[in-house]
Ligand binder design. Structure first.
Ligand code: HEM
Length: 505
């Protein structure tokens, strides 16, 4: 008996041995990779910009990476720089932006590196594809989003979410010294809205007393971890982790599985109940697409597109209002001029009459765009139309930097750092759009954002309704906002505010 080995013990020994062996191999591969990457970076380029980037010495002078880029780009005639260590050309030149997004659009697709990063989460959704797959979804979605019926469906959803959730929530803390994280409130608000719009599903996230729904939590995690892939020193790192199913890649896989389970269930229910009399986007797409995986991809892209962007825009706007009470007063004056005295909520047709509010929203997103930059990958060698004739090599990554563009003196004038909604008003009264290539907050050209009108409607309704009843004050006003890295602009630490009742004009 003594000579016999217990099979359970043998199994345990083998498993532990196997685990330790795999761990040692994975660790060695990582170390070699990191070493190679670091030595490649350090020996490859020692120019001032790359050195400053690699050593993060820009932090001594600037709050956010975007502020440093804006500073560099402002001081160059071409408004274009190359960060060699990132293989990235960054431009804030409207001529280059128009060239990429319109004139030579076909040479600047999203490209494989981008679609691989977001591929597990977005699959073949519109946000993540080029060519025919993109064209088909774009055509379908433009038709649907342009229709009056979906606009009024979206308007009613927004109205209900404000009336029955957002305002009651603010009332519950109104007049108290409780601080509320307004960024979190807006993220929950816009998640409810975009899910109702895309899926016909109400996750009820704005009930602060409830924990964030499983779906919202998985969605948050999946977008955060996908964005982190883009920040890895090399795609090899996350690909290796995915292969081994370890760390953040394992968490990402689980989060995406949760999203898939819910999407499959919603699609199954809709098929069972019949989708033809439903108004949400998914039901509309179900009329022409019968592949469930493709349907899931289409809808998930919309949720990503419409969720954090709106929340981010509203957060910065309320932060700016705290230090600009004059602007707040003018919004209130306009709201009471446009609405009748006993009117509770804006009517759909009154939204376009809010010229000053349009100007405020555009001005706020000029300084704080929800998507700070956007990258494409060149298919062929090319030359930009800027005064320096910047050369773009095949497969080069090219980024137009929306945040930096909002801070260019040659685009906005000497007062570019001032929050001045008036710059958007013709004769001081009528809102006028600027060229989307100077202001690519919603992108521009062939792939311009499809949800722009919906987003503006949602934001106008929120701002007008909140200011009708409350004074919202950021606990820390002035100074500069600091952002977390990610796909959309997120204020680090959130936006704590105190809510007071507003007594009227
Ligand atoms: C303030 C809010 C918003 C901003 C700033 C914004 C901005 C953008 C930007 C910069 C892009 C281009 C992204 C890229 O190609 O990489 C984009 C695309 C898109 N947006 Fe928006 N967006 C907003 C709200 C919305 C909403 C509410 C929806 C949906 C209802 C939406 C739907 C889309 C779609 C479908 C695309 C892809 C268009 C295409 O590739 O052809 N967006 N948006």
């Amino acid at each position: 008996m003594e000579g016999q080995v217990n099979p359970l013990l043998q199994f345990l020994q083998l498993s532990i041995g196997y685990f330790l062996f795999s761990f040692a191999i994975a660790f060695s591969v990582f170390s070699v990779l990191l070493f190679l990457l670091r030595s490649k970076f350090w020996s490859w380029c020692t120019c001032d910009i790359c050195h400053c980037y690699l050593t993060s010495s820009w932090r001594k002078e600037f709050t956010n990476l975007g502020d440093w880029y804006a500073h560099l780009l402002r001081n160059l005639p071409s408004q274009t720089i190359r960060i060699h260590v990132l293989d990235n050309i960054i431009t804030a030149n409207p001529r280059n932006v128009e060239y990429m997004l319109k004139t030579n659009f076909l040479n600047y697709p999203k490209g494989k590196p981008f679609s691989m990063i977001l591929g597990d989460l977005l699959g073949d959704g519109i946000f993540n594809v080029d060519g025919d797959l993109w064209m088909f979804q774009r055509k379908m979605a433009s038709l649907e989003l342009g229709s009056m019926s979906i606009r009024s469906y979206a308007f009613n959803n927004v109205k209900n979410e404000i009336k029955f959730r957002l305002l009651p929530l603010l009332s519950s803390v109104g007049g108290t010294s409780t601080t509320l994280d307004l960024q979190d409130v807006f993220r929950r608000f816009s998640f409810d809205n975009i899910c109702k719009f895309s899926f016909g599903l109400d996750p009820g996230c704005l009930e602060l007393s409830l924990p964030l729904s499983h779906f919202a939590h998985s969605f948050d995690l999946a977008t955060k971890l996908s964005a982190e892939r883009a920040m890895a020193a090399s795609p090899l790192i996350w690909k290796m982790k995915r292969l081994l199913d370890i760390g953040t890649e394992r968490k990402l896989r689980v989060a995406i599985e949760n999203i898939d389970v819910l999407a499959r269930e919603v699609i199954r229910q809709k098929r069972k109940l019949g989708h033809t009399n439903h108004q949400d986007l998914l039901s509309r797409f179900m009329g022409v697409v019968d592949n469930d995986v493709y349907l899931r991809d289409i809808v998930i892209s919309f949720i990503l597109a419409g969720r954090d962007t709106v929340a981010s825009a509203l957060t910065s706007l309320f932060w700016l209002l705290t230090s600009h009470p004059d602007v707040e007063l003018r919004i209130r004056e306009e709201t009471s001029r446009v609405m009748q005295q006993d009117q509770e909520f804006l009517k759909f047709e009154q939204i376009n009459e809010m010229h000053y509010l349009s100007a405020v929203i555009h001005e706020s997103m000029r300084l704080y765009p929800p998507v700070q930059f956007d990258s494409k990958f060149a298919s062929e060698d090319d030359v930009f139309p800027d005064c320096g004739g910047t050369f773009v090599g095949k497969n080069d990554r090219v980024t137009y930097h929306v945040y930096a563009m909002g801070r260019m003196e040659n685009i906005w004038g000497q007062d570019y750092m001032e929050f001045k909604p008036e710059r958007w008003l013709k004769n001081g009264t009528t809102f006028c759009q600027d060229s989307p290539f100077k202001y690519p907050v919603f992108q521009g050209g062939i792939r311009v954002c499809l949800g722009k009108e919906l987003a503006l409607m949602e934001m106008k309704c929120v701002v007008a309704s909140i200011l009708q009843h409350f004074d919202v004050r950021a606990v820390v006003a002035g100074g500069d906002l600091r952002f977390d890295p990610g796909l959309t602009t997120t204020v680090r630490g959130g936006l704590p505010v105190v809510v007071k009742w507003w007594r009227g004009l």
